[in-house]
Design a protein around this ligand. Sequence first.
Ligand SMILES: [Ca+2]
Ligand SMILES: [Ca+2]
Length: 186
Amino acid sequence: MFCTSQAAAETTYFTQRAAFLEAAGQVGLGSFEDLPVCHTLECRGQVILQPDFRLDLIGRPADNKMYVDDDAQFGLTPTEGYNYIYVSIAAGNRLRFLFSEPTNVFAIAISDYGDFLPGTGTLDFSNDAGDQAVIAGGQPSGTINFFGVVNPDEAFEIVDLVSNSSGEAFGLDEVYYTGDPPPDGP
Ligand SMILES: [Ca+2]
Ligand SMILES: [Ca+2]
């Protein structure tokens, strides 16, 4: 038997759902279908809770909006089911996903990022395993960006999304992570 010292497998990034799912193994899905839709002021800073993760806005609440919506509008849209998360955050503020169990994979579908002040900012991904990538930048209204990451060597519990563009509203849906698939999919 040959014994070779192997370099650590590299983190891989994906922009296609099918390729990500093939590489990711068994995944859980957060699609926000079980949450009540709420547009009121009281709901706009809410913590979004799913069975395997929570999603927080980090930054001044007055500068941020985040709530559960089921109404596709202005290019923001669900990508799985009916519900998605409407987000508007000030430049430099962050969305933080905190997973209850470490995950080696993460993916998300982002809609309508980059059309408000085209070309002025990016939506950036990072995690507590040291991975970093740009998810989206200036692009037309209604664009959907699928973003996935597989880190076979180092699991992570925190994912941060930071927007560097002020006033940008976008949607997020379809969060994948290492876990048990829901009974009816994906
Ligand atoms: Ca959904
Ligand atoms: Ca937008």
